[in-house]
Design a protein around this ligand. Structure first.
Ligand code: ASP
Ligand code: MG
Length: 412
């Protein structure tokens, strides 16, 4: 008998109607002859309002108590889903992360899964229960409740699918799947049928926030294939899976954009060991995430270093770097906000040449200036003015033949 893990996010259980709809889907899946495990997130907005409540009563709530509080969001949602299934005349039971056997380390609010022992789930499945598991939470060896970081229900679903050796893992969400670009930016973007884990990671990191990155990394490590699909429509979604040979035939799988970036440049950095370390130690000590880093080839014993951060972090970074620049003997710091990152992603880049040239060519012809460039083996990313980013995405999408028209032309 097939075993299916279905994960439903916060918007999919956002109202009583939607909860009933999820219940119907679970029952229908069981009636097709499957064993069904559901992983449920807190109702949309609940985790945020619990966090707000915590901050309203305490400037610095303890992480242990935060976990105890946040776990209640998923507790409520799973109980409601189980009730809705029972109301349809089928059998369901809700389980906390601990009852489901999700064992984690002790890092409250961002715990890592150490082990999953789904013995109880197996027993309940044999008794024909639909097992409804609270996502995003686990338990330490000492029995303390932990949570897995924001978006952590995705990770629960992948980890359970792996531990149960499930035949399918379906991530139901409010989008239809993973697209070649955000359809709000590029109207003829297409749903991608199959995507490699690494491509999804690069695209998620680049701003298409379909899945928690940690969940995708976990899926890659343990080879758990999963499907991202809509909870509101019956259509199939996008399958994320290990690479197959013919996946490399497509040079670029998708184009993604990330807005609200800022570019910081330190000029006249002395070309000697330790300079870069001083700059980036100062930034990381403030817990600020740096994305792209570019250092120029040096001339006359000094060089320029540029990097990008989220625009919201810019005032802090400028303030931090002021003294550092003096200390290391660099010339000055300059910054520009209102820039954005555009990335073209595809494992096919490993075996095809000319991808960068094609991207730069379409941007150049569109009169779009490139400010920084960085590459990995499956991604080319550029920093451009934020005002240009929609048009840049449309041009790149077309240049790589990703849209609907391109497909029609190729298949006469
Ligand atoms: N409820 C948690 C959050 O909002 C976990 C999740 O939705 O996956 O981050
Ligand atoms: Mg989510």
């Amino acid at each position: 008998m097939r075993l299916i893990v279905q994960k439903y996010g916060g918007t999919s259980v956002g109202s009583p109607e939607r909860i009933r709809h999820v219940a119907e889907r679970l029952v229908a899946t069981q009636r097709q002859g499957c064993r069904v495990v559901a992983v449920i997130s807190a109702i949309a907005g609940v985790t945020d309002s619990l966090l707000k409540l915590a901050r309203d009563v305490s400037a610095q709530p303890s992480e242990r108590e935060l976990d105890a509080l946040l776990a209640t969001g998923e507790h409520a949602a799973t109980a409601l889903v189980a009730m809705a299934v029972n109301a349809l005349g089928a059998k369901a039971i809700s389980l906390t992360g601990a009852q489901a056997g999700v064992l984690t380390d002790r890092m409250h609010t961002r715990a890592k899964i150490a082990n999953v022992s789904p013995k109880q789930i197996h027993e309940l499945l044999s008794d024909e229960y639909i097992v409804v598991v609270a996502g995003f939470q686990g338990q330490t060896a000492e029995g303390e409740t932990t949570t897995l970081g924001r978006g952590g229900s995705d990770l629960t679903a992948i980890a359970l699918a792996g531990a149960l050796n499930a035949d399918a893992c379906q991530i139901y969400t409010d989008v239809d799947g993973v697209f070649t670009c955000d359809p709000r930016v590029v109207p003829d973007a297409l749903k991608i049928e199959g995507i490699a884990y690494d491509e999804l990671l690069e695209m998620a990191g680049a701003g298409s926030k379909v899945m928690q990155s940690r969940a995708v990394e976990f899926a890659k490590k343990f080879g758990v294939a999963f499907e991202v699909r809509s909870s509101l429509k019956p259509s199939v979604g996008t399958i994320a899976q290990a690479e197959t040979a013919n996946m490399e035939d497509v040079v670029v799988r998708g184009v993604s954009v990330e807005r609200q970036q800022a570019k910081v440049t330190v000029t006249g950095v002395p070309d000697k060991p330790g300079s870069a370390s001083r700059i980036f130690s100062a930034v990381s000590a403030a817990n600020i995430l740096v994305d792209m880093i570019v250092q120029n080839a040096s001339g006359r014993n000094s060089t320029d270093i540029s990097f990008t951060i989220h625009a919201a972090d810019l005032p802090k970074v400028e303030q931090l770097l002021g003294p550092v620049v003096g200390d290391i003997g660099a010339r000055r710091v300059s910054a520009q906000s209102a820039v954005a990152k555009l990335s073209a992603v595809g494992i096919g880049m490993r075996s095809h040449s000319g991808v960068a040239a094609r991207l730069f060519d379409c941007l150049g012809r569109g009169g779009i200036n490139i400010q920084l460039i960085s590459t990995s083996d499956i991604k080319i990313a550029v920093i451009i003015n934020e005002a240009d980013v929609d048009r840049a995405a449309q041009l790149a999408h077309e240049a790589f033949g990703l849209g609907k028209q391109a497909r029609v032309r190729k298949a006469p």
